[in-house]
Design a protein around this ligand. Sequence first.
Ligand code: HEM
Length: 119
Amino acid sequence: MNTLGLIVLLLHLLGIAALLGGLLAQARDSEKRITPVIRDGVGTAFVAGIVLVGLLEAGDGDVNHLKIGVKFLVNLVVLVLVMANMRKPSIPNGLFWALTGLTVLNVVLALFWSGGHTY
Ligand code: HEM
């Protein structure tokens, strides 16, 4: 992957760090809520992920479309849940752990689902 691809991958990983960090920072709190860090993180991860696919498709990278399709759907669910609960003073524990679990699922898929990506 060229320098541009690596910069977008860095943005992708920083978005994921903000999303997961923003969630896990509240893991022990009795009141949990969607913070701007979580919102900006999931948005950045989503957009950078899509741009990454575009760069891989445009380059000589082989994209595992099924893997990317699953990651796209998981990220979309997280994004919609985050935006739908952004203005609420607090969110239920179940939603909090669902968002955390789905985000960790995408990390696991990215690392352990082989095939695709060259850089
Ligand atoms: C919560 C959402 C997401 C998480 C936690 C996540 C996680 C990751 C991680 C950990 C990597 C680095 C993997 C490695 O270096 O081996 C990665 C890379 C990548 N992600 Fe994501 N991702 C998410 C959403 C997306 C979305 C929505 C797309 C595209 C539609 C996407 C496309 C990619 C691509 C193309 C790469 C680089 C090549 C690869 O490793 O497959 N990701 N992602």
